[in-house]
Design a protein around this ligand. Structure first.
Ligand code: NAD
Ligand code: UDP
Length: 338
C-alpha cells in the first residue's frame, strides 16, 4: 500500500517507515520538522536501501496536504504528527490543541475529499483514567486526563470515532501506545529529545553517556515491588510493527477499532536502571527524588486484543530495549546533529 505517514521523520514515524518498507509498503512522509530532522529519513534509506518520498510541510496546511494527495495514490494514512511534551502542553495549551486537533481535522477533511478513508492514529495510554484497575483493557475507563496533551489525544480519538460513525466507508484504527523505548538495532535511528529529557529511558542513556550528572528517581514510596513507578515499556520496533498490522486491519475492516500496544509486563524505574547497567556494562548514577506530580504508581496494558485481532505481539525484551537504546545513544551522542 502507499501509506502517507504524517510526522514520519520523528522517533516512532522513522522506525515505522523502516517496517513499512520491509513489509513491502511505500511510505510517503509529511513532516514540518518541528521536533525532528530530515536526516532520520536518510538513515531509513541507509537501513532499507529505499529512499522515502518526503514533503516538508505542516499537516494543518490544507494546501500542502492537497498537493500530496493529488500527486500520490494514497491508500492509507498513519497520523503520527503531533506535539507530545506533557509539561509544555500545560504551559502552552492552545498551541497543543491547535496543532494536534487542527492537524487531525484538516487531514481528515482532505482525505475525505480524495476518497482516502483509512487512518491509523497515534493515541496513548494517557487517555485512560487514573482510577482504573490494572492491566488496562481497551474497554477501561477513559478521560480525567491530567494534562492538555492527554486531552488532545482523547479529543482526537472522539473526532475520529465520530467520523467513522457518520460515514461507514471510513476505517479508523486508534492505537494506544504504552511507553515506547529503544531504537533500531542498526543504531542509525532513535530518539533524541530536545533539551532535558522528560522520559525515563532518554534520561538514563544521557546520564550513562555523561550528559546528565545523575538520574532523579521520582519517588520510592509507591505501592510497587520496590517503591518506584511501574510502566509497560515497549520496544519501538515492536511498536512500528504494530502499525504494519494496523494498516492491514484497516484495509480489511471498516468502522472504528482501538488497540493497546504494550507488552503486558510492567517494570519499575529501578528495574530499568539495573537492566540498562547489566545490558551495557555501564553505571547509571541516580538519586531518589520526590514524586513527580500527576504520576501513577503503576500502568501497564492488557495486550490480548492486539494479539487476537491484529495478530501482533511485542517480541523484544527488556535487554533488547536497553541494549538498542545505548547503541543509538553511544553512536549518536548528539542525535542527528554532526
Ligand atoms: P516525535 O516528536 O519524534 O514525532 C512527531 C513528529 O511530528 C515530529 O517529527 C514533528 O516534527 C512532527 N510534527 C508535529 N506537528 C506537526 C505538524 N503540524 N505538521 C507536520 N509535522 C508535525 O514524537 P514520537 O515519539 O515519534 O511520537 C509520534 C506520535 O506518537 C505523536 O503523536 C505522539 O503524541 C504519539 N505518542 C508518543 C509516545 C511516546 O512516548 N513517544 C507515546 C504515546 C503516543
Ligand atoms: N521517571 C523518573 N525519572 C525521570 C523520568 C521518569 O523516575 O527522570 C519515572 C516516572 O516517574 C515514571 C517512569 O519513570 O514512573 C516513566 O516515566 P516517563 O516520563 O518515561 O513515562 P510516563 O510517566 O509518561 O509513563
Amino acid at each position: 500500500m502507499n501509506v502517507l505517514v504524517t510526522g514520519g521523520a520523528g522517533y516512532i514515524g522513522s522506525h515505522t517507515c523502516v517496517e513499512l518498507i520491509e513489509a513491502g509498503h511505500t511510505p510517503i512522509v509529511i513532516d514540518n520538522l518541528c521536533n525532528s530532522s530530515a536526516k532520520s529519513l536518510d538513515r531509513v534509506r541507509e537501513i532499507t536501501g529505499t529512499a522515502v518520498k518526503f514533503y516538508e510541510g505542516d499537516v494543518c496546511d490544507e494546501t500542502a496536504l492537497e498537493k500530496i494527495l493529488s500527486e500520490n495514490a494514497i491508500d492509507c494514512v498513519i497520523h503520527f504528527a503531533g506535539l507530545k511534551a506533557v509539561g509544555e502542553s500545560c504551559s502552552i495549551p492552545l498551541r497543543y490543541y491547535e496543532n494536534n486537533l487542527g492537524s487531525t481535522m484538516t487531514l481528515c477533511r482532505v482525505m475525505a475529499k480524495h476518497g482516502v478513508k483509512k487512518i491509523v492514529f497515534s493515541s496513548s495510554a494517557t487517555v485512560y483514567s487514573g482510577d482504573n484497575e490494572m492491566p488496562l483493557r481497551e474497554t477501561s475507563k477513559t478521560g480525567n486526563c491530567t494534562n492538555p496533551y492527554g486531552w488532545t489525544k482523547y479529543m482526537c480519538e472522539q473526532i475520529l470515532r465520530d467520523i467513522a460513525k457518520a460515514d461507514p466507508e471510513w476505517s479508523v484504527v486508534l492505537l494506544r501506545y504504552f511507553n515506547p523505548v529503544g531504537a533500531h538495532k542498526s543504531g542509525k535511528i532513535g530518539e533524541h529529545p530536545n533539551g532535558i529529557p522528560n522520559n525515563l529511558m532518554p534520561f538514563i542513556s544521557q546520564t550513562a553517556i555523561g550528559k546528565r550528572e545523575k538520574l532523579s528517581v521520582f519517588g520510592d514510596d509507591y505501592d510497587t515491588h520496590d517503591g518506584t513507578g511501574v510502566r509497560d515499556y515497549i520496544h519501538v520496533v515492536d511498536l512500528a510493527k504494530g502499525h504494519v498490522a494496523a494498516i492491514s486491519h484497516a484495509a480489511k475492516n471498516k468502522g472504528e477499532a482501538v488497540f493497546n500496544l504494550g507488552t503486558g509486563t510492567g517494570y519499575s524505574v529501578l528495574d530499568m536502571v539495573k537492566a540498562f547497567e547489566t545490558a551495557n556494562d555501564i553505571k547509571v548514577p541516580y538519586v531518589i527524588a520526590p514524586r513527580r506530580p500527576g504520576d501513577l504508581a503503576t500502568c501497564y496494558a492488557d495486550p490480548t486484543k492486539s494479539r487476537e485481532v491484529l495478530h501482533w505481539e511485542a517480541k523484544h525484551d527488556q535487554t533488547d530495549m536497553c541494549r538498542d537504546t545505548w547503541h543509538w545513544q553511544s553512536n549518536n551522542p548528539n542525535g542527528y546533529d554532526e
